[in-house]
Design a protein around this ligand. Structure first.
Ligand SMILES: [Zn+2]
Length: 497
């Protein structure tokens, strides 16, 4: 039994996983409505087959032999050790637990949908309570050092601890909260022109141009429409993004294209020869999000980017934007204002939404809050951090899909990703001569090549923390985000720094 047996096995498991991914992609884009039930069945069958292949004793034996094989290269050793860690984790779950979890998640998800439709939390509460209890049990199954939430966080952001996330959000509270208050007291910018009528087809064509400019490879990917934009890959040569177009809000398409484009570029940059192996996969959700946010915010919401691209947007929509300057466009897209919905929040108050979810999740996992008390807790935190009064459940506690899916520990990765993005971008500005000028001329490939070299090509060779040290010489540091925010928004809102 050698490395080739290992590789063949893992790549076959990947074949099944990616075949499921194609079915999921189709489900979200083109599948007719009536296909839903059989599709769920097909996905569940494939998940079962792949789980069985992965946790099978024979595979365990291959891993045990390779673990001590000194003839392997550094990369091969890494692939084996990462797989072994994951294998041992998967083996901790009993079949009964996996089935119970999967059943509870389905029930909880359906209850959430019904609750959202009826704007009634009580429909969802009992199912969520059951799911939270299972999640707490899962922490015990997985094991943890320190806080039980570490076990959940580890599934999305390996190695990151609750204490580290708490530390980051302490800084958000200490620095970002007062900074946003300062902005709120300043003269508000105008973003009204985004909400005129923008033709769907023209928006579509504009989005494609923006993606091409970023270096997204349409021979190894495509874009389609879906109700929630997402990125999915089946291998590094077939990475697909979706977007959403609102004819009464140009901004939705622009930032979903650039955001998903950033995710897509990461996946197109993974080493194809490591297909199906850990070194052919992305590091973590936080690093994935760092790539989308870097393109969306640090590039896509910068004045430099629009020096070139505003005239392009004007060519598509001369009538709507005839009285708007590149500078107005830039200011409007960076309007900061507290809001109820996380996904449409500006890049600063966004982190308050995440902070609130993190604080609540932690209490749930600690068993310190009852599910029935969540709406009140939610609303009081929105009052505290954003100074707004949540009007109803759907604009409040029912807005996100995550908890109904059992995804606890996921939210912090959104903020972590933005903070990594700011730190990486600051490093890129140091290392790429003339980066700002290149961006203002629409030359984005030097930045893409830098990201390919620093992040994409490594797959899972390094953990997020190791990668950050390797790229920037220090660990994740909130100061980079805060510096970026202060400089940018002091300019937009004429604040004294
Ligand atoms: Zn994202």
């Amino acid at each position: 039994m050698g490395y080739n047996d290992f590789k063949t096995r893992l790549q076959k498991i990947a074949d099944i996983g990616f075949a499921s991914a194609i079915l999921s992609w189709d489900q979200e884009t083109y599948m007719p409505q009536k296909g839903a039930d059989f599709r769920a069945r097909q996905l569940s069958t494939l998940a079962g087959v792949s789980h069985k292949m992965y946790t099978d004793e024979g595979f365990g034996k291959i891993l045990a032999v390779l673990k001590n094989d000194a003839s392997l290269t550094q990369k091969e050793t890494k692939n084996v050790s990462l797989t072994l860690e994951d294998y041992e984790k998967q083996k901790r779950y009993s079949t009964e637990f996996v089935e119970e979890m999967s059943r509870t998640v389905s029930e909880c998800f359906m209850a959430w949908q019904a609750a959202k439709e009826k704007n009634d939390f009580s429909v969802y509460a009992p199912k969520l309570e059951k799911l939270v209890a299972l999640k707490r049990k899962e922490c015990e199954i997985l094991g943890y050092k320190g806080h039980p939430y570490n076990a959940l966080l580890d599934q999305y952001e390996k190695g990151t601890t609750t204490a580290e996330v708490e530390q980051l959000f302490e800084e958000v509270k200490k620095e970002l909260v007062p900074f946003v208050k300062k902005i709120a007291a300043a003269q508000q910018v105008d973003d009204g022109f985004f909400y005129k009528h923008y033709d769907k087809q023209k928006q579509w064509e504009l989005g494609i141009e923006l993606l091409k400019q970023m270096g997204y490879d349409f021979e190894a990917g495509r874009q389609d429409i879906s109700s929630h934009p997402f990125t999915i890959h089946f291998n590094a040569q077939d990475v697909r993004v979706t977007t959403r177009i609102n004819e009464n809000d140009l901004s939705e398409m622009i930032w979903s294209c650039i955001h998903e484009g950033g995710h897509g570029l990461y996946e197109q940059g993974l080493p194809a020869e490591q297909y199906g192996l850990p070194l052919g996969e992305t590091v973590s959700l936080g690093i994935h999000e760092s790539q989308s946010r870097l393109w969306e915010n640090n590039v896509g919401r910068s004045l430099n980017y629009w020096k070139k691209n505003f005239s392009l947007v004007q060519q598509y929509f001369p009538e709507q934007l005839k009285d708007v300057s590149a500078e107005d466009f830039y200011k409007g897209m960076n309007k900061v204002a507290p809001s109820f919905i996380r996904t449409s929040a500006d890049e600063l108050t966004y982190h308050f939404h995440v902070l609130i979810r993190f604080e609540i999740e932690k209490l749930l996992i600690e068993g310190k809050v009852n599910v029935n008390d969540l709406p009140e807790l939610w609303n009081s935190k929105y009052k505290e951090y954003l100074d707004i009064t949540v009007p109803d459940f759907s604009k409040g506690i029912l807005q996100d899909i995550h908890w109904s899916h059992g995804s606890f520990g996921y939210f912090p990765t959104y903020s972590i990703g933005s903070f990594y993005a700011a730190q990486f971008f600051a490093q890129a500005q140091k290392e790429i001569t003339g980066l700002d000028t290149q961006i203002s001329e629409g030359e984005l490939l030097p930045l893409l090549n830098w990201l390919r070299d620093k992040v994409h090509q490594h797959g899972k060779m390094y953990t997020a923390a190791e990668l950050c040290e390797k790229i920037t010489g220090e660990k994740l540091n909130f100061r980079y985000f805060m510096n970026y925010a202060t400089r940018k928004y002091a300019g937009i809102y004429h604040l004294s720094e």
